[in-house]
Design a protein around this ligand. Sequence first.
Ligand SMILES: [Zn+2]
Length: 452
Amino acid sequence: IWTKLLVLVYPVFIVMDMIRVVYQDCGYLVDLDDDDTISDLQIRIFSLTELAPEEQKWSCLGTEQDEVEKWRSMLVRTVLERDSIGGGVGRPVVLEVTRNDDNRDTKEGLGTELGPEIELQKPVKIYNGPETAAMTDFARRIRSYMDQIEEYEDPLVQDKARALMPLEKFQSMAAESLDVGRSTPEDVSRPTDSRHSDLRYLCQDAALAWELLVWFRGEFFSWVNSPKCWSCDGESKIAGGAPPLNSEIKWGAGMVEIHICTACGATTRFPRYNKAEKLLDTRRGRCGEWTQAFTLCARAVGLEARMAHDWTDHCWTEIWSRKEKRWFHADPCETNLDKPLMYALGWKKKLTYVISVGRLGVADVSQRYAGDSPAMWEACLARRTLVPEDWLVDEISALNFRLHKSMHSNTLILAVQTLDQVSESLGSAGSYAGRESGAALWKRSRGEDGQS
Ligand SMILES: [Zn+2]
């Protein structure tokens, strides 16, 4: 019997004396002590996979064996020398573990139980011009988003999110929506109001996402313009920024807003945390905090979710509909589902780049949001002056190639399926309201209240 097992091992930033082992689609955190050796790690993998140490063959897909050996000793050293990890999260490495019961050449068994093999082609570059600083910045920005999403796959963080959610209520409410969808004839209007979307009555993923959206905004997260004064609970006003403390940096805060109380003059810090786990505790912020925490919650309930980053300063979540075979839009700040044109038509945003980043890959999804006509897409393209379009195509292809090369083949199949869908469709028109989240003046200053 040939069995091909894949083990993903990488250092976890938050708890530095652990590594994460993902066996097929399950994840485990494994403690490592200072004096642990590779054979200790083999024994731990044995306890998870039932593969005896001598049966374990660790190999990286598409990597020569001597590089694997180098990587193995480096892994243990890096995990144990905590200081060397610094502030970064280790890049995931996929280990292929094979067992050979019949003493045959292990190569024969590869891939036999994992469905169709996908041949990944190294992308051919189409951009030949010079490199610019703007390209470096653009690429760095995408990579920082890729680092962010690793946290959403952490089983402990997902557990923490699930523990906060009324999961049974989600399930029963979602089932009710689907019943409505099944029992209402096509020619009779389904119950709708301005926020309802037909998709929630038609597909399980959207029905569940809808319940998550309603709970998230109604009961879980709150919007912060200025935080309440820590001393007297009075109103405060922003007075500038300050560098983050170490305790704030730990949770990814790059900057801290300083707010002064209008009543007592006390100073309240508002760190802009950048770790979804921390946001499960603070439960407040603006669209960045909202969308990070929401995307984590969506992953924790088993939805295939990714974060869409709008270069004109907004973000939201995209969720894959297994039934419809397409990504749909979910904005937690606005409780809006499958309304991709709400920004261009409702908020009158002049979108430029919208880049989605998730565990399955990176995609330029701008066209889905830019407008409902070819002219609006043309206008959007004309505003995209940061980097050449060809370069952006190359960059995203290269990032995806690197990501997919080291992916479990079952995940890879899904990744390839879902990436095929990115250039799809201008959404349907309909009517779109202005922005709801945020203070009126702030929205007006951003031109997002639907008035401009
Ligand atoms: Zn005060």
